[in-house]
Design a protein around this ligand. Structure first.
Ligand SMILES: Cc1ncc(C[n+]2csc(CCOP(=O)(O)OP(=O)(O)O)c2C)c(N)n1
Ligand SMILES: [Mg+2]
Length: 587
């Protein structure tokens, strides 16, 4: 437990008062959750707080996604849930899991059954710590009033330090309701990244990068707060930069050295080509997980320099020549300073790389523009949206084909302005995440790109945006299918099982929740409807039914299908090929 100077609060305090006191010391603006008998005392306290606003979602899963988005888009706040035990926790688990695998801090406070009764079989009576083991960094069950404040501080510190992630604190309801004498509580000390001594590795890194003929940079969420330094490193080295999906905002998409997401055959041509001859890869804040590597189909050079906060990630999927375990916010500026002192001149290479990236990007854009029909062209849609949004506008996406269309066709320009449910990969994220993003960034534009299948999961959460008067534009990519999966079924199965959706009338949902409603039926309507959707001063969300054209596959989908098939044992490869062929013939 952290050592701090005690503060005298003297007197009898309820556990709910102590919990509210602790939460108010932390960087928490909102809590999310649905009250129950195990949390009403705490909610009564929170409702009197001048610092924290409790928000009522329709479902704890949405609350968790919103809390996650507060952490992701603010960078200095922590998303917080206050939920009932058992059922509230199981509902929230998709969001907690999302923040766990994506390394996002989250503080989950739950009530708990009474510990002062002799009776068993109490309501919501379940071992919550066992339940969440595997998707939290750590959990606590508080048993004494005097532990409430120190445990909440410790939980916060655990959530934000090292590899960030969710933590859970259970406060039994009897502690919340009843008072006990507590004379002192520890003072809260804000967290600062822990310095590590990586001088030797930085020396070796500089040597390797200076000796490389074709260095490349791969940057992820772990580098989202050092984007400016990474830009300078890329410019010095004349190196192309590719990002992960989660880290799309870790490098400006409008920088001429920005190549795309990933660099495998599942990446856009600009990225695949720019990294084809890469002889030294500088990876910053990435874990080489499945999506950005195109199902581990990327070629990584022997000279891999891997910087990451997680020692477990370094060299895990691809061997690293140099590993630097630590916070990129401390390491990357040091690396930049050392590179700057080396008077490297890579101007010619830089111009070459930039020219080939620009050529490839133009050609890819033209390929999309040429693919038109009577539905909405994704490239035209994303270009128009980009043109109408400010650079600091935030986009939340869900999981599906629309995610990869956004990754390939939308230009993300500023850190923490693109958030996605990445490694846990839970559908239903985008709608509630946009609420968290808007609450954390009330002055910024917030838009959401969401598949119709995902919208069916959490779309009713738009009522919370209506209640709070949040201007969020929800663009629902309406194709009638769970496309990311149905497209993947096409080649190997030649049939679609369980991936066609029911006939969804989005206007009915907009009417039901009280949101504005617009439709974009074809390319001619894109500009005017986006303008109408983004019109300021509406004080309510808008749901936009986008009749999107999904007939052209993303590079991502094409690439991962090929890579996945390649990784099959020969016998099963043959079985798949024969079955697909038979079905083509017999229908
Ligand atoms: C909770 C959950 N269930 C299932 C999946 C598997 N899955 C991944 S993408 C996808 C399709 C999503 O469909 P939709 O929201 O309509 O988006 P589209 O692919 O059509 O753009 C599915 C079913 C998942 N990632 N998460
Ligand atoms: Mg769909």
């Amino acid at each position: 437990m952290q050592q701090t100077t005690p503060i005298r609060i003297g007197g009898r305090r309820t556990g709910a008062w102590l919990a509210r006191y602790a939460l108010e010391q932390l960087p928490i603006s909102h809590t999310f959750g649905i009250p129950g008998v195990h949390t009403t005392e705490l909610y009564d306290e929170l409702s009197q707080s001048e610092k924290i606003t409790p928000v009522l979602p329709t479902h704890e899963c949405c609350g968790a996604f919103a809390a996650d988005a507060i952490s992701r888009t603010s960078g200095n706040q922590i998303g917080c849930l206050v939920i009932v035990p058992a059922a509230g926790v199981t509902h929230a688990m998709s969001g907690i899991g999302e923040s766990y695998l994506d390394g996002i801090p989250m503080l989950v406070i739950t009530g708990g059954p009474r510990t002062d009764l002799k009776f068993g079989f109490q309501l919501h009576g379940i071992d919550q710590q066992r339940l969440v083991d595997g998707i939290v960094k750590r959990s606590w069950k508080v048993t004494e009033h005097r532990d409430i404040v120190p445990v909440i501080f410790e939980a916060y510190r655990t959530a934000v330090s090292g590899v960030p992630g969710p933590v859970l604190v259970e406060i039994p309801v009897n502690l919340q309701l009843f008072s006990q004498r507590v004379d002192t509580v520890p003072a809260f000390t804000p967290y600062a990244p822990e310095p590590v001594d990586v001088n030797r590795q930085i020396d070796a890194t500089v040597e390797l990068l200076c000796a490389a003929r074709s260095p490349g940079i791969f940057t992820g969420w772990g580098a989202v707060d050092v984007a400016d330094s990474v830009v300078k490193i890329a410019e010095l080295l004349g190196a192309p930069v590719s990002t992960t999906l989660q880290g799309l905002s870790a490098f400006p998409g409008n920088h001429p050295l920005h190549a795309g997401m990933g660099f495998s055959r599942a990446a856009v041509p600009a990225a695949e080509n720019a990294f084809a001859g890469c002889d030294c890869l500088l990876a910053i804040g990435v874990s080489f997980s499945e999506i950005p590597t195109g199902s581990f189909g990327c070629r990584v050079p022997e000279n891999l320099i891997h910087i990451d906060i997680s020692p477990k990630a370094i060299g895990r999927n691809f061997p690293a020549k140099i590993g630097l375990a630590g916070d990129s916010r401390l390491i990357v500026p040091q690396l930049l300073a050392r590179l700057e002192s080396r008077a490297i001149d890579r101007r010619v290479r830089r111009l070459d790389v930039e020219a080939s990236i620009a050529r490839d990007k133009d050609a890819y854009r033209a390929e999309w523009h040429a693919h038109t029909n009577d539905r909405v062209n994704p490239a035209l849609f994303f270009e128009e949206l980009r043109g109408q949004l400010r650079d600091d506008a935030i986009m939340t996406v869900d999981d599906g084909n629309h995610t990869f269309l956004a990754a390939e066709l939308y230009q993300v320009r500023a850190p923490r302005t693109f958030i996605s449910p990445t490694d846990f990969n839970s559908m239903g994220y985008a709608v509630p995440a946009a609420i968290g993003a808007k609450l954390a960034n009330p002055q910024r534009q917030v838009v959401s790109i969401v598949g119709d299948g995902a919208f069916l999961m959490t779309g009713l959460e738009t009522i919370t945006a209506v209640t709070l008067g949040l201007e969020i534009a929800y663009f629902v990519f309406d194709d009638g299918e769970l496309s990311q999966i149905s497209q993947g079924q096409e080649i190997p199965y030649n049939r679609k099982s369980c991936t066609k959706l029911g006939d969804l009338r989005l206007e009915g949902i907009a009417n039901a929740v009280g949101a504005r409603f617009l439709t974009i039926e074809n390319n001619m309507q894109i500009a005017a409807m986006i303008r109408a959707a983004l019109a300021p001063g509406q004080k309510q969300p808008v749901i936009v039914d986008v009749h999107i054209d999904y007939s052209k596959r993303t590079r991502f989908t094409q690439g991962v299908v090929k890579t996945a098939l390649k990784s099959f044992p020969l016998r099963d490869k043959v079985r798949f090929a024969v079955r697909a062929l038979m079905r083509k013939v017999t229908g």
